[in-house]
Design a protein around this ligand. Structure first.
Ligand code: 4AD
Ligand code: MG
Length: 435
C-alpha cells in the first residue's frame, strides 16, 4: 500500500473516504464478537477504529482482540464520518499492526486511583484525557501570554535562574553552591526586569521560579512558571489596567481556542465568560471590612490574607478583584510607599474568582535612592548583593511598575482544578521531586 497517507487524528476530517495510516497507542478496546473497537490515541486526539471480521485477515482479526492497553500500534483503514456523532470520525480498519506490545499490564486503568498513585505515575498519567486537556489549556495560556506582550511592544528579556540575592524574602530561598559561593534559585525575575525596563521601556520575562515553601497547600509549588512584565513610566493605576487587560485577554483566548478541552474538564464556562474588563478594585482596608462583615469579625488592619480570607473576599465578586495598597509591613522591600499614606504600599494583588486565590502580585517600585537603601537596611538584606539594583536609582531613576502572574494558579482557575499539582507536567512540591 504505497499511496496510503500518514495522518494525525485531528486531521481526519480532511481525509474522509481515503485510506490512511494512523499511529498511536491503544487507549481502549472492546469487542462485540464480529467487530472489535479499538480506540487509538495519537496525541492529537482519539479515534475509534472498527475492525470487522470480513475486512481483515483472520490473523489481524485475532490479534486485534488481544492488544494490551497502551501498546503502540498502527492502523490502516478508510476514514468515515461517525454514524451518530456529527463531526466525529472513525476508521474502518483494513489492517492492524502492533508496533510494540506492552511488556506489563498498564497500571492506570478505568478504575479509580488514589492521588499518590497517580502522581507516582505522572509520566504515564499525562496520557489520560483529563491531563491531556489540562496541558493543552496550559499551552494556550502560555501562547496567549506571549502574544499579548509581543503584540504590545514589549521586549522579552530572560532573567537568570541562579541569583546572588533574594527578591521575595529570605524564608523561601533554595540555596545552592556556586563554585564555592552561595547562590539561590530565583524567586522572581523582577529585579532584573527593572534593569531591563530602563534599557527597553516595556519588558517581560517568562520562566521557572522557585520557592522553598514549607507548607503543603493546594496553591503552592516549589517550582512554578511566572510571567513578569515591567514598564517604565507606568504607575500603580497603569499597572492595574495592564493586569486586567492581560487577564481578560488570556481568558478570552482560552474560551476561543480550547472549548473541547474545557468540556472534557466539565468546566462551567459561563463563569469564565463573565471575566471581562473592568475588574473591581478595592483597597486593602475595604478588604478587611469585607472580611469583618463575612464571618471574620476578628480581621484587623495588619493581617495578611491566607487562602480562607482570599476566598471570602473574592466570593463577593463575579470576576477577578484587585486589592491594592496593603500595609508596607506585609510587603517586599522594593515597593514604593503611597505618598498619601506612607504606611501603605503602592502594590496590588489580583484574586481570582471561585476561591482560586491570588494569581497576580505586583505594583509600583521605589524609585528614590535613599528610600530604597533604607528599605534594604530595614529588611536586613545584604546591601552588597543589591548594589547593582540600587544603581538603577543612581543613573536616571524613573517611575516604573510591573507584576507577576503565576501560570499554574491561572491554569487551575481556568480549568476548575482544586489543586495546582495537575497544572504542570511534572510538579515539584514539598514532598515530591519524582518522577
Ligand atoms: O506575589 P509574588 O510573590 O510576586 C512576585 O514574585 C513579584 N516579584 C512579581 C513582580 O512584581 N514581578 O508572586 C507572583 C505570583 C502570585 O500571585 C502567584 O500567582 C504565583 O506568582 N506564585 C506561586 N504559584 C505557585 N506556587 C507558588 N509557591 C507561588 N508563589 C507565587
Ligand atoms: Mg504575592
Amino acid at each position: 500500500m504505497t499511496d496510503v497517507r500518514d495522518v494525525r487524528v485531528d486531521e481526519l476530517a480532511k481525509h474522509v473516504g481515503e485510506t490512511v495510516t494512523v499511529r498511536g497507542w491503544l487507549y481502549h478496546r472492546r469487542s462485540s464478537g464480529k467487530l472489535h473497537f479499538l480506540e487509538v490515541r495519537d496525541g492529537s486526539g482519539i479515534v475509534q477504529c472498527v475492525v470487522a471480521k470480513q475486512n481483515v485477515t483472520p490473523e489481524a482479526f485475532a490479534r486485534a482482540n488481544h492488544i494490551g492497553q497502551e501498546s503502540s500500534i498502527e492502523v490502516v483503514g478508510v476514514v468515515k464520518e461517525h454514524g451518530r456523532m456529527k463531526g466525529e470520525f472513525e476508521i474502518d480498519a483494513a489492517d492492524v499492526r502492533v508496533l510494540a506490545a506492552v511488556s506489563r499490564e498498564y497500571p492506570i486503568g478505568p478504575k479509580e486511583h488514589g492521588t499518590d498513585f497517580l502522581m507516582d505515575h505522572r509520566h504515564l498519567w499525562l496520557r489520560s484525557k483529563r491531563q491531556h486537556a489540562i496541558l493543552r489549556i496550559r499551552h494556550a495560556i502560555i501562547k496567549a501570554v506571549r502574544d499579548f506582550f509581543d503584540d504590545r511592544g514589549f521586549t522579552l528579556v530572560d532573567a537568570p535562574i541562579f541569583t546572588p540575592n533574594a527578591c521575595e524574602g529570605t524564608s523561601t530561598l533554595f540555596e545552592t553552591d556556586y563554585h564555592g559561593d552561595k547562590a539561590y534559585l530565583t524567586q522572581s525575575g523582577q529585579l532584573y526586569m527593572e534593569a531591563a525596563a530602563a534599557a527597553f521601556g516595556r519588558v517581560y520575562c517568562f520562566g521557572p521560579t522557585f520557592r522553598a515553601e514549607k507548607s503543603k497547600t493546594r496553591r503552592h509549588l516549589a517550582e512554578f512558571w511566572m510571567v513578569e512584565p515591567e514598564v517604565a513610566f507606568m504607575d500603580l493605576d497603569g499597572d492595574m489596567r495592564l493586569a486586567e487587560e492581560f487577564i481578560a485577554f488570556i481568558v478570552a483566548r482560552v474560551l476561543e481556542t480550547r472549548r473541547e478541552e474545557l468540556k472534557v474538564l466539565e468546566r462551567d464556562v459561563g463563569k469564565l465568560e463573565r471575566v471581562t474588563a473592568p475588574f473591581p478594585r478595592i483597597t486593602y482596608s475595604e478588604a478587611i471590612a469585607i472580611l469583618q462583615a463575612n464571618g471574620h469579625a476578628e480581621a484587623k488592619v495588619g493581617d495578611d490574607f491566607g487562602a480562607d480570607e482570599e476566598t471570602v473576599i473574592s466570593s463577593q465578586f463575579d470576576r477577578p478583584v484587585i486589592v491594592h495598597r496593603y500595609p508596607m509591613d506585609l510587603k517586599a522591600f522594593y515597593f514604593k510607599k503611597d505618598p498619601a499614606d506612607p504606611l501603605v504600599a503602592l502594590n496590588m494583588d489580583m484574586l481570582a474568582p471561585e476561591g482560586y486565590g491570588e494569581i497576580v502580585g505586583g505594583g509600583q517600585r521605589e524609585d528614590d535612592l535613599a528610600k530604597l537603601e533604607a528599605a534594604i537596611a530595614a529588611h536586613e538584606l545584604p546591601p552588597e548583593a543589591f548594589e547593582w539594583f540600587v544603581d538603577l536609582r543612581r543613573y536616571g531613576t524613573f517611575p516604573h511598575a510591573g507584576f507577576g502572574l503565576g501560570i499554574e494558579r491561572t491554569v487551575a482557575w481556568l480549568c476548575g482544578l482544586p489543586h495546582v499539582r495537575e497544572t504542570i507536567p511534572f510538579p515539584r512540591m514539598l514532598n515530591r521531586l519524582a518522577p
